[in-house]
Design a protein around this ligand. Structure first.
Ligand SMILES: [Zn+2]
Length: 414
């Protein structure tokens, strides 16, 4: 894809020295960040430039957030959530109480007065996307019908309920979008659906062609971000696939193919400066005419899957399986099944059992429960009825020629 006239990596033009200085001053009270940026602030001779500052890694942000949580002030943020991690290695994040709804609403006209949004994002523990979409609807003058997560077999009844109560927009994580497309592929009609809101603090990779095929005429509005950086970019009808316009308070640059995000112009603690959000990206062009230098999101740097509407690092699921003590090796596999009219995706946690551990239903369910229960981003109550996440016992893991089998493999079941 061709680059824009003002490539996103031209950082200096987008974040002023004054803003940078303010952001850096906010870092001073957090010991680890104070040390990190000390020389940048003290070097008064050098003009402050964003691209001269070091990259902030997820681990550094996690440490800084822990320090801040121990010495928190009232205006630091009132929403504490787990961006990821496990109970033994949590990765906590902090957001202001409005979750930057004002900033998103100001740029992303997905909803307006008169819209009725059915919110299918799960309202599970430690993950605020469900509340975010409810608040966004309220801010836009629309109505919200918070549906949340659904048990198997409830989906069609709820779509009927949505039709009955004047719903014209759905907000949904990838697994629900997938169900929606399968529902249409099975011949059901959704004449009331006008808008589909997808994505959030992660990248929803659902192919736009699939949505256009089964939901022609439905406007697709998409957000992009990461668990820690929160919402970063947006796209709407007319935007190129996978291309996002950064929100005004989020400056996105591409550094060696990696997307870095700096939050500017709003109070945020800890400050986010050149944060490595974990996705690969490239400068892009978009013909829609919306503001900002767009970026194309190319996928995760660390192997991860989107499950229960949030990104999960494959390594964390593997570690949780190993922690059960019943497993000697594990690997996550995303298996795509292409049918005549539909595509289904299953996440498999493949395990090699330790000697003497029986390969039966109870063992598999126990490992699955432990993985779901131990992961801060996942909801253990789904262990009873979760479709699309299975523990599969194997003799050996799929290798790629290296000594260690990869933590994530992607396969097509044909
Ligand atoms: Zn666009």
């Amino acid at each position: 894809m061709s680059s824009t006239k003002q490539p996103p990596h031209e950082a200096k033009a987008e974040v002023s020295t004054t803003h940078l200085r303010l952001i850096l001053l906010g870092a001073r009270r957090i010991p680890s960040l104070h040390r990190k940026y000390l020389s940048s602030l003290d070097d008064a001779q050098q003009p402050l430039a964003l691209d001269s500052l070091p990259v902030l890694t997820p681990l550094e942000l996690s440490v800084a957030t822990d320090e801040l949580l121990r010495d928190r002030r009232p205006d630091d943020g009132s929403l504490i959530y787990a961006g990821g991690g496990t109970l033994t290695r949590p990765s906590m994040s902090l957001l202001p109480k409005d979750m930057f709804v004002e900033e998103v609403h100001g740029s992303w006209a997905a909803l307006g007065p008169g819209d009725v949004l059915a919110n299918f994002f799960p309202a599970g523990r430690t993950w605020p996307t469900h509340s975010f979409y409810n608040q966004l609807a309220a801010r836009a003058g629309a109505s919200a019908l918070p549906v949340g997560d659904l048990q198997d077999g409830q989906f069609e009844r709820w779509l009927g309920f949505c039709a009955e109560y004047g719903v014209n927009a759905l907000a949904a994580p990838p697994d629900i979008v997938d169900r929606l497309l399968r529902h249409r592929a099975a011949g059901h009609q959704l004449p009331w659906l006008r808008k589909l809101l997808i994505g959030g603090a992660f990248h929803d990779p659902t192919p736009q062609g699939e949505i256009a095929r089964w939901l022609p005429g439905v406007e697709v509005w998409q957000l992009y971000g990461s668990a820690e950086a929160w919402m970063v970019g947006h796209r709407g009808p007319g935007c190129a696939e996978g291309v996002f316009h950064p929100l005004p308070h989020q400056y996105a640059e591409i550094d060696g193919g990696r997307i870095l995000v700096t939050t500017t112009g709003v109070h945020r603690a800890p400050p986010l400066i050149r944060y490595l959000i974990g996705d690969l990206g490239a400068p892009a062009a978009c013909a829609c005419g919306r503001e900002g230098s767009p970026i194309r999101v190319l996928g995760r740097i660390a192997p991860s899957v989107v499950y229960q509407g949030r990104p999960i690092r494959a390594r964390e699921l593997v570690d949780l399986a190993l922690e059960t003590g019943e497993v000697t090796a594990a690997q996550v596999a995303v298996v795509t099944t292409e049918g005549a009219d539909e595509t289904a995706q299953t996440v498999e946690l493949r395990v090699v059992l330790a000697d003497g551990v029986p390969d039966d239903h109870y063992t598999r369910e126990w490992i699955r429960y432990q993985a779901l229960n131990g992961h801060l981003a996942l909801d253990p109550t789904k262990a009873e009825h979760a479709e699309g996440f299975q523990v599969v016992v194997v003799d050996r893991l799929h290798g790629d020629g290296s000594e260690e089998p990869p933590v994530l493999v992607v396969e097509s079941a044909g």
